[in-house]
Design a protein around this ligand. Sequence first.
Ligand code: PLP
Length: 302
Amino acid sequence: MDNDANPYPQGVGYIDGEYCAKQDMRLPVADLGFLLSDMTYDAVHVRNGRFFRLDLHLDRWERSISIRRFTTLPLDCDGVQQVLMECVRRSQLRDAMVYLVATRGAAADGLKDLRSCDNKFMAWAVPYYGVIAPDRMESGVDIIVSSVQRTPPEAIDPTVKNFARIDFADALLEAYDRGCEHAVLLDRDGHVTEGRGWNIFALSGGKLVSPDRGVLEGITRRTVVELCRHTNIKAEYSALSADDLRAADEVFMTSTAGGIMPVRKIDDQVIGGGVRGPVTKRLTDLYWALHDDPAHSTAVDY
Ligand code: PLP
């Protein structure tokens, strides 16, 4: 079935042990996931009816659950995987973004003791989308280097995917004021980190660099580095300054939501020739080709 004929055009959700239309999902305001951002999540995608690198997403999820000490979740990892499959199956979507979210849950009383909470699990599958507008996928986006500092990793561990994102929100407000839609944030030492929902790469002198610290260890970022190894493109995780970024030959963002997305301009600096560079294009083609490979993807049983 194609997405147009779908009875759930806004997707399918799972909450409190039940499936429902995505737009009918509700979270009580007493949930400490809302009150404290005491939560974690992951996001995986389905392309042409196949989950991409589901094993890696579930590994990252299990690690996040363990670090957040969510010990009273109603489902184990196999149960979670079945729910994700079922959300996609019920939605009939061939191309989907699929979210899995765990929150601390609501506390027993006004003391809000974290230990009194039953952890909550929810998931949803919605039509696939990217973090940048579809008409910018080839031409690239204009971004700013924000003056808002990324929350330090010692305060909130960015490798545990989370919705504690006021730094990103403030950086986006700054970007809008400066006529852009996206912002990359620096850490307190002036090193480049990431943006809301994406990692970043810069190509200089034939070598790709993506920040090595203070970021989510993105699965798209990892896939790009693996592709580079197989194609003899030099790539490494290492520190990157805002000046390195502005002076690069090519810059791209990476995310489950959109894949590999070119950057055209940073602040007022046009990157390369202002068009998607050859390395970005080559990696983008290779990235999407991997999606049909059974070693990297898992079929949905519709
Ligand atoms: N960085 C942040 C802050 C993110 O939220 C995301 C994805 O949502 C990414 C990077 C990209 O990670 P992935 O490639 O696993 O989607």
